[in-house]
Ligand binder design. Sequence first.
Ligand code: PAF
Length: 250
Amino acid sequence: MRIIKKVDEFKKIREKLKGTIGFVPTMGALHKGHISLIKKSKKASDHTIVSIFVNPTQFNEKKDFENYPITISEDIKNLEKEKIDILFMPSYTEIYPDGYKYKVIETEFSKKLCGAFRPGHFDGVLTVVMKLFNIIRPHIAFFGEKDYQQLLLIKNMVKAFFMDIKIVSCPTVREKDGVAMSSRNVLLSKEERRIAPLIYKTISKKISDAHARQILTRYGFKVDYIKTINGRRFAAAKIGNVRLIDNVKL
Ligand code: PAF
């Protein structure tokens, strides 16, 4: 596995790669959900490239960015085990030589659900994904369904800008108790982790969104939203300081 940190160096290597390129963008703190995306990419493409970049522009709260878990040496070991071809690990200045003066903005769906509670979040996500796509030039890119709103926005961005990249959506990987795998789970205290499965359990029930909200609020969650759109129920709730999101097809 090669570790590349500079855009120019990556571009030179990319020119020489023959065959299909599968790409898994991440912010590190890798878990089994990420590994499942990587395994899918390895099966579907000749070369698999993973990026680790904790993208500051998608964090609307400074504290959330500062607290984001970083586990680089374990991540590298795990990626070596998976035998990926290239780990792309750029710095802020490599990705934002423009200082984030240029942005990709979606004006409707990105303002709803998570976007209503995290202003600018999806501008940061779409901008960094567009930049990474332009650097990596993948044929296929893999995204988890846990971040379903992100997945839909990226699919639609690719369509809107006529980009020749196939976006593959991959099912949410869950812990045995139903908690959706997320890098943020390590931030939960023992007690918070104990009640975390209630999100998935509650939103999977055949009850109204309002009733599901009532149940989670009763257990001490600070619910941002629970909303069913086109047969899929989306939820975001805070346990203590940790904000978790999930969604289920009803
Ligand atoms: O889902 C993530 O980890 C991030 O939002 C992504 C797609 C890597 C962009 O920073």
